[in-house]
Design a protein around this ligand. Structure first.
Ligand code: ZN
Length: 172
């Protein structure tokens, strides 16, 4: 305990004068809102509901993230992107915490995320278990092509009205 305290003091002294003013948590949230989801770049990691909490612990910024689909290869990329974005803003100490409970659900997608997905040509998740409308033309006349789309998190559907294929964000 004594040595830990000593280390802490040394560390504080070493960094003294180099630490830029600590940005507020609100400001950090706006920065994170610029970090795109690696799979769907039009949607940010905040829109996705992946970032759960942002807190300062002394001079360390703690960011709590909940991975989306388990085994989604994007998870480690997301962690790295968040860390890089914060370091680019001058935050030297970032502690990323992964929280797996409660599990991520598509309910955590923001309203903005739904709009952005649609604009990107992806049908947003819907409680019906399938897309309610074609993201291209709005037709409800849609059918499933494949259970898997461009990534395991999506299914491929097709619109019978405009004949355009589109991805549906699978609900979990
Ligand atoms: Zn259509």
């Amino acid at each position: 305990m004594v040595s830990e305290g000593g280390n802490f003091c040394e560390k504080s002294k070493r960094n003294f004068g180099k630490i830029p003013p600590r940005p507020s948590v609100e400001v950090v949230w706006t920065w994170l809102a610029d970090v795109p989801d690696p799979e769907i770049p039009v949607v940010s990691v905040v829109d996705m509901g992946i970032v759960r909490a942002v807190d300062w612990d002394d001079d360390t910024l703690k960011v709590t993230v909940t991975p989306t689909y388990s085994g989604c290869p994007a998870t480690s990329v997301i962690a790295m992107d968040i860390e890089t974005a914060l370091r680019d803003r001058g935050i030297a100490n970032v502690a990323l915490k992964t929280q797996i409970a409660p599990p991520w659900t598509t309910d955590w997608l923001s309203d903005a995320a739904h709009d952005k997905l649609r604009a990107y040509g992806i049908a947003p998740p819907s409680p019906a278990g399938g897309p309610t409308a074609c993201p291209h033309c709005g037709s409800a006349n849609v059918s499933r092509v494949s259970q898997f789309g461009s990534t395991p998190c999506k299914a491929q559907w097709r619109c019978e009205s405009c004949l355009e294929p589109f991805d549906f964000f699978k609900c979990i």
